[in-house]
Design a binder for this molecule. Sequence first.
Ligand SMILES: [Zn+2]
Length: 112
Amino acid sequence: MTTLPARIRRERRTIRAMTRINCRDHHDGAGRLCEDCETLLDYAHRRLGVCPFGAGKPACNHCEVHCYSRKMREQVKAVMRYAGPRMLLRHPILGLGHLLDKLRPAPRLAGK
Ligand SMILES: [Zn+2]
């Protein structure tokens, strides 16, 4: 397995934490992710693994590359809408980092 940039590794922790919050509050997660959330998280992690921006990755909602399928994008948006504000309480460091990412302008892919 290749070593992912720290930026991407943090992003993976963030989406995992958000998925957990959403699953616990909305599904019968009972301490672990339900099957749907597991699928979504796995998908998100795989997309992050191939993100062309790597260390310079913008917040996904500002990104010009829409790498998610439509269905997955809707799902992950719902998770973030719910869990985003709650991150600051439960995971202050990750939550703050995510907020700061959203304030930075999104880079453009070279050659576009
Ligand atoms: Zn769930």
